[in-house]
Ligand binder design. Sequence first.
Ligand code: ADP
Ligand code: MG
Ligand code: ZN
Length: 493
Amino acid sequence: MSYEVVIGLEVHVELLTNTKLFCSCANKFGASPNTQVCPVCLGLPGVLPVVNRKAVELLLKSALAMDCRIPEYSKFDRKNYFYPDMPKNYQISQYDNPLSVDGYLEIDSDSGKKRVRIKRIHLEEDTGKSTHLGTIDQSLYTLEDYNRAGVPLMEIVTEPDISSPQEAYDFLTTLKALLQWIRVSDCKMEEGSLRCDANVSLKKKGDEELGVKTEVKNMNSFKAVRSALAFEIERQEKAIENGERIIQETRGWEDGRGITISLRSKEYAHDYRYFPEPDLVPMKIEKSWLKELEESLPELPLARKSRLMKDYGIDEYDAGLLVSSKAAADFFEETFRQSKNLTGKQIPALQAAREISNWIKGDISKYLNAKGLEINDTALKPGQLAKMIQLISEGTISGKIGKSLVELMLEKGGDPDIIIKEKGWVQISGTNELLPYLKSVFEENPTVVKDFLDGKEKALAFLVGKVMKATAGRANPEVLNKLLKDELEKLKV
Ligand code: ADP
Ligand code: MG
Ligand code: ZN
């Protein structure tokens, strides 16, 4: 029996505000425990919350970027439950009147381009963080840090439009890039500023009705989300094949063991006794504010990708890589602009664009991935890359030297012209300079020379290698090849 996979994601994203959602405590990761707290976020009696306008603004920007509708009326509700990380015993969230609904995010997956519908995006407060001594069920005590309590969270809920673990992964990657792009969140899963719960069910091919879903939590990376979903799909498939019924429950991903385990049976909305938050007035979003926010949005990744393809003649795949972060796309365009301002021989525009893109997606990305950095976190400046590409194109340095040069500039920056002189990286392109090296290589390898003269073409490569070695890789390959052939030709007579 083959099944269709149905996945919907609930993504929690911490917003990049200076202060918390309902008080003026700092919203900053990494402080010592319980140093960013006040009576409001500790839920002491008699305090009153005040909404942080910036948090609403960041949510609205995200909603507009995902083409959501912003209802005229929106309100906060209390979600009641007991847990030590939540001192008020209720979380201020939004229930039936969220700030935004009905949008979509386009993703580009193995299975092609696809729109994943966004059901809603609402605003709520984060909880504190519990640290259990040992495992949760056996610990002697639990430590609570309330620095995170009250940090603004936006919850993005998708429709069940995702059809595979890989699509879920691609959705998350695209969402993260978008939210970073518009500076709404830093989306650092390792710091908890992006968290994702994954809902998954199976149904028979062609069935209208959705199957019973399970919700998987506790994944600490996008890869873990993908693995957890793959595991859960297989588990459900086996269960169905064995004639068991899937029960609606919340399961936890155990990263070390690579399995999901049942945490609790699913809770329903009525379990939370939602009711309107009496201490906060409902919100009416002004049309003029929305218009202002819409106009303040930068060109978004998809639009920029199309424009990069059109303006610079780069293919869809490369353009996709460039818009995976705004920093990379900006760096690309700025390098191109500066390459047009260089004195000396200009590289044709399309070729320059292709080479800049190649360096960014090749050596530079490799370096950034290894160090976990963004391109603008490094010392490399667009003008330096532009200059380096020109130096390679005019034959002053080899492409191979370029690799060492770019790495050095990523670490320390610097003027490529000066660096290559200091390091002795300038290519030897003059025949007069190369000739002595050739002569000694000929003298040291008479049999190889004879082989070549006897018609063994392969011997040439050996001689090229020897000269390269003697010049520490600085011989200009084209000049060297031609010179070698000419000199060997002379020996024939
Ligand atoms: P609940 O009331 O159980 O929280 P929601 O309707 O709020 O369910 O949906 C929560 C998430 O689960 C959404 O992302 C939604 O797309 C997804 N979802 C809903 N039904 C299913 C299903 N049968 N299979 C997979 N995902 C589902
Ligand atoms: Mg729900
Ligand atoms: Zn506070």
